[in-house]
Design a protein around this ligand. Structure first.
Ligand SMILES: Nc1ncnc2c1ncn2[C@@H]1O[C@H](COP(=O)(O)OP(=O)(O)OP(=O)(O)O)[C@@H](O)[C@H]1O
Ligand SMILES: O=P(O)(O)OC[C@H]1O[C@H](OP(=O)(O)OP(=O)(O)O)[C@H](O)[C@@H]1O
Length: 220
């Protein structure tokens, strides 16, 4: 135990953070310091288990993991696809479930069907490009936005959007519908490629513990 090095976790801020900490707690990994809402501290340590945790913007998580600044990351599948980093995706955590979809007003269906040159607004330009160019073989103009994507077809910036749909209420409240599904999404655990070799025993055990907990919850 004495010469064990710290394993570092990068957790995506926002929606996934709370569920991630709850899941870790269930397998005996706690980080009390991190629950303090008022803290400006960025990095938290569990001395006993030799673990360190930090919160980062979702899209930065794969970056920290690729460079080895974090051994392990927890992040949405959307972010993994969008960032395209050299990392191992090792586990589907089963929460943060949603879908990447092409959405728009109902009448945009015809434009899609006839492969018209449409504009696609999205926070995920790589996912959108891959979908339209490689899967659908359709030429489109992709417009990168940073949030409130549903606005784009309403104000005439684009014909459709490529965005996350969870409950569908944002679409409904703005008169938009799902036109096509790109792929299902959920939170994933990612691992640095060198860490996977150097810390194989600890990381393999962590994956097995998490898997057992996720399966137990699925059965309940
Ligand atoms: N309804 C949802 N909207 C967006 N993301 C969701 C939703 N449900 C689950 N997720 C998952 O949660 C992850 C993190 O979502 P979060 O809202 O915290 O990030 P974000 O919207 O990219 O952040 P920000 O608000 O800083 O732009 C997403 O990458 C996605 O995998
Ligand atoms: O299907 P729903 O349950 O309505 O969830 C989907 C909405 O939530 C997300 O937006 P977010 O709240 O992250 O805001 P943003 O658009 O500013 O990123 C996503 O981009 C959709 O707009």
């Amino acid at each position: 135990m004495e010469d064990m090095r710290y394993l570092t976790f990068a957790l995506g801020k926002g929606r996934l953070a709370k569920k991630t900490l709850e899941l870790f707690e269930k397998i005996g990994i706690t980080c009390e310091e991190m629950k303090d809402k008022d803290t400006r501290k960025l990095i938290f340590v569990n001395e006993e288990l030799k673990l360190r945790f930090f919160l980062a913007k979702g899209p930065d998580v794969p970056t920290y993991v690729e460079y080895g600044a974090a051994d392990i990351g927890i992040v949405g599948k959307d972010t993994i696809l969008e960032e395209g980093r050299n990392i191992y995706e090792v586990l589907d955590l089963g929460f943060g479930k949603c879908r990447m979809c092409i959405c728009g007003p109902k009448d945009a269906e015809e434009l899609l069907k006839h492969h018209e040159l449409i504009r696609v607004a999205t926070k995920y330009p790589h996912i959108a490009k891959d979908y339209f160019y490689n899967k659908k073989h359709q030429t489109v103009e992709i417009i990168k936005l940073n949030g409130s994507i549903e606005l784009a077809p309403i104000v005439g910036l684009s014909e459709v959007i490529c965005d996350i749909v969870e409950t569908g209420s944002t679409l409904r409240e703005n008169g938009l519908v799902v036109l096509e599904e790109v792929c299902p999404l959920s939170a994933r655990m990612v691992v640095n490629q060198v860490s996977m070799k150097m810390e194989n025993e600890r990381i393999t055990k962590l994956i097995a513990d998490l898997k057992r907990e996720i399966e137990r919850k699925d059965l309940a």
